[in-house]
Design a protein around this ligand. Structure first.
Ligand code: CA
Length: 228
């Protein structure tokens, strides 16, 4: 019996056996499921079905998962788990800032997919239960995800580390050198002006997400400070 509390999963997967396996598992776990095999139908179905979560294969006939994910992010914050056939694809996908919430590599166990889907839903529900007016920054360090209220901010790993480092010490001025140490784990040689350009991008992305939210200030000749 479907009601408002029933989570709805949309499975976009062109391998019929895999799709059916996911439908079976997720249905057994209490999800209402729909599946489709052609990427061209995905966006229309997302709009019509209004899923709580989308499981999206990367390689699809018609339209690939990457294009679908980008397009759906222009109108929806529905959680997306991206399914790929190659583990080395995941790094590249992360770099593209698609706005997917998690990535899984084939072959995956349906049990793992269900566990990840539940975890993603838990996280996004926690976030969305916060009042929208409270411009509070939330960081998930395990997943390199940042949100203001219920809105996700698409950050690069470097921008995320920069933001997390400043956020850890509110009110404290951190020098460019200190920030460089924190954001480049491999200690490559970069100019400390690199920090300035990352900060600029970071502030722009924060402003795009929440126009009145500008917690990072520059302290002339010293570095940067975070204060909400
Ligand atoms: Ca496929």
């Amino acid at each position: 019996m479907m009601n408002d509390a029933t989570p709805r999963a949309l499975i976009v997967e062109d391998e019929p056996k895999l799709a059916q396996l996911l439908v079976d598992y997720l249905t057994r776990e209490g999800f209402a499921c729909e599946s489709l095999a052609d990427g061209r139908d995905a966006i229309a179905r997302i709009r019509a079905f209004d899923p709580s979560i989308v499981l999206l294969d990367l390689m699809l006939p018609g339209q690939d998962g990457l294009t679908i994910c980008r397009e759906l992010r222009t109108f929806s914050t529905v959680p997306v788990i991206m399914l790929t056939a190659r583990i080395d694809e995941i790094d590249r996908l992360l770099g593209l800032e698609l706005g997917a919430d998690d990535y899984l590599c084939k072959p995956y166990s349906p049990r793992e997919v269900v566990a990840r889907a539940r975890a993603v839903l838990r996280r996004t529900r926690q976030w969305s239960s916060a009042p929208a007016s409270a411009a509070t920054l939330m960081l998930d360090r395990d997943r390199f995800e940042a949100r203001i209220g219920d809105r996700a901010i698409a950050l690069t790993p470097v921008e995320f580390r920069l933001l997390a480092t400043l956020h850890e010490r509110p009110g404290h001025v951190l020098s460019r050198t200190r920030l460089l140490d924190a954001i480049y784990l491999d200690h490559r040689i970069v100019s400390d002006r690199t920090v300035d350009s990352h900060i600029k991008n970071l502030r722009r992305k924060l402003a795009e997400t929440a126009p009145d939210f500008d917690p990072i200030t520059s302290v002339y000749g010293v570095g940067y400070r975070y204060e909400e």
